[in-house]
Structure formats: C-alpha cells, structure tokens
Design a binder for this molecule. Structure first.
Ligand code: SF4
Length: 248
C-alpha cells in the first residue's frame, strides 16, 4: 500500500550531482506529499543558485571576473522569461505586499504594459507562439529599446532579490557593466552556465504553446489562468528536473 504523506511532511536527500562534468554536493528538502510546481520553487531556486555558482567558479578559474554588482540594474530592462509556476509565485508575492507598496508595484506593471501597447509590442508578447526564433530575438531587443524597467527594480536594485525569477539568477556578465546599456552579442559576455534550471522548470506542467511567459504579463496571466497544474510528490518533480539537468 502506498504511504500517504501529510502536507507538513518533508523529505531531505543528500547526494552528488554531476553538472556538465562538475560534481557538486547537494542537500535538498522537498515536500513529501503531492504539490503543484509553485510549491517546489524554493527548491528550484536553490538548485539554480548551485548551478550558477558552478558557472561563476568556472568563469573565475578561466581568469574572468563577474561585473554585476548591487546597484547595477541595466539588465533589468530586458524581457524576463519565466515559468508558469513563477507567474503564480509572483502573483502571490504581490498580493501579500502591504499597501501602499502593492498598489505601487501594480501601477508599474500597468504602466509598462501601456507603453508596450502603445509601441505595438504587447500584441506580439501575448502571442509569441506565432513568432519564429529570429522574430522572438528581435522582439526581445525591441522591448529592451523601450527602456521599460522591471516593476520590481528600485534604486537600480532588485526589490524582490530573494524571490527573483530563475532566469534573473542565471544572468551574469563578465563584460564591462556599462556595455549592458546597449547589449549586443559582440559587447556583452554572459557567464556560460553549465545548465539552465530556468529552462527546465519552464517545461514542468506547461500549458502554453511556448513554455515561457514574459514576466511583465505574469500577474494578468496568472489571474486569467488559475493554477490547475497537476500535483506530484516533491521527489518526483525533483527527479524530473535532475534527469533533464544531467541529461540522464
Ligand atoms: S526581478 Fe529583480 S533581478 Fe529580475 S529583472 Fe526584475 S528587478 Fe531585475
């Protein structure tokens, strides 16, 4: 008979993970009972931090230095791709903010969307599945050119740093910070990450034709599409991510 777990039961596992040839010791604690992917995000955030640390360590071993510092938010005007589970997480995060902070953040989201609508970019963002790869790349650049800051950016720093999306965690550069104001493949050198946890998490229980959402649309999308993702025990979600991460 299968053991039934209560919602407050957790399982901790330790092991060695091999990521692109680098072995890392990992200890993770996951819910034992079935949960939706959003509940797994703290685990995926930890895993992302571990993989990013490997990327940083590799870059430093090759003599490179990370240019990103607190107070530099140039990259926070880019299109941030997130998973559906992250949209629900951000929706809950904003809903729990005290006033007037919540209203300020909501107003920034609305202002950013209004600007995207004026420039005709909102329609493309709402239907990215109709765009080919090149058109999506151009859409990202066109959005960046609008200079629309992320609603969570304050004093050029991330105001939700511990809860920031996975793709924000993975974006680090070694080129001069000032180059990020006019990014191009030639002038911005991103840290080569050994794997992308954010891309894997975006595939979990994805319901859209394209398995990413622009963060700027996250709150509206989460409101219009209540979370109906399947619930699975924490170890099962983790196993799927590990298999994709290690390509086994
Ligand atoms: S969530 Fe934070 S790190 Fe990510 S784009 Fe917004 S301000 Fe920048």
């Amino acid at each position: 008979m299968t053991k039934q777990h209560t919602p407050d039961e957790w399982i901790t596992g330790k092991g060695t993970l091999s990521i692109a040839g680098t072995k890392v010791e990992l200890e993770v604690t996951v819910p034992a009972a079935p949960v939706q992917p959003t509940k797994m995000l703290p685990v995926f955030q930890h895993l992302t931090n571990v993989v990013v640390a490997v990327g940083v360590s590799n870059a430093e071993a090759a003599g490179e230095q990370i240019s990103c510092t607190k107070g530099c938010g140039a990259c926070c005007r880019q299109l941030v791709p997130i998973a559906e589970s992250e949209a629900y997480q951000l929706q809950a995060l904003v809903a729990e903010m005290p006033e007037p902070r919540r209203s300020i953040i909501l107003a920034r989201f609305a202002e950013a969307q209004a600007k995207l609508q004026q420039t005709g970019l909102l329609a493309q963002l709402l239907s990215p599945g109709e765009l080919n790869v090149e058109a999506r790349r151009k859409l990202g650049l066109d959005c960046f050119e609008q200079g629309i800051a992320c609603p969570f950016l304050e004093d050029e720093s991330c105001s939700i740093h511990p809860d920031r999306p996975l793709s924000c965690r993975e974006y680090l550069v070694t080129s001069p910070a000032e180059n990020c104001a006019q990014p191009s493949a030639e002038t911005v050198q991103c840290v080569d990450m050994p794997a992308s946890v954010s891309q894997i998490v975006r595939t979990l229980a994805a319901t859209r034709a394209v398995n990413w959402l622009p963060m700027i649309l996250a709150l509206d999308w989460a409101t219009e599409n209540p979370d109906q993702s399947p619930a699975r025990p924490g170890p099962e979600w983790l196993q799927e991510v590990f298999q994709k991460l290690t390509k086994k």
